[in-house]
Design a protein. Structure first.
Length: 162
């Protein structure tokens, strides 16, 4: 199945919000706890430097990413990204396509580094993908992520120059 990544458009928002909320509700990867609705979702995605969606041949969105500055001023050349793939689309290498596109878009938007602040240590699929794509782990923050059951997992920041 052919997957392409493109910039999102307004018609994509309902599906994007649904996928985002699914990952937030799972509670094992994103720090957010609040779900998006049509209004907050449009504002959230519209406020990013770039949003990409992964589509199959039929135009069905299976995943997305957001790209934005990680900081301001003297650190404004460092960007951050978050990726999410719908549960019914996982296992099709959509995450890899999203990450590769975000690297290209980061460069195109003038960023010099892509940094992930809070990759949950138990998110082994994401960690292996990032490492395979040349990201370097910066260390470990013990207990930096609160899981839905209340226990805390380590987080592993990563970065890659663009």
């Amino acid at each position: 199945m052919q997957i392409t990544v493109r910039a999102y458009c307004a018609q994509d928002l309902p599906r994007m919000i649904g996928i985002w909320n699914e990952v937030v509700a799972e509670g094992v990867a994103f720090p957010q706890e609040e779900l998006l609705d049509a209004h907050t979702g449009a504002a959230f995605f519209g406020g990013q430097s770039y949003c990409g969606v992964a589509c199959d041949e039929a135009g069905r969105i299976g995943g997305l990413y957001i790209l934005h500055p990680n900081n301001v001023g003297r650190c404004g050349h460092i960007c951050n990204a978050s990726y999410c793939v719908a549960s019914d689309s996982r296992g099709r290498h959509i995450g890899e396509k999203l990450v590769l596109d975000s690297l290209a878009q980061g460069r195109a938007h003038g960023f010099r580094v892509l940094q992930f602040n809070a990759v949950v240590a138990t998110n082994t699929h994401a960690r292996h993908l990032y490492e395979r794509l040349g990201f370097q782990q910066l260390g470990v923050i013990p207990g930096g992520f609160r899981m839905p059951d209340g226990r805390c997992e380590d987080i592993c920041p990563y970065y890659r120059t663009l």
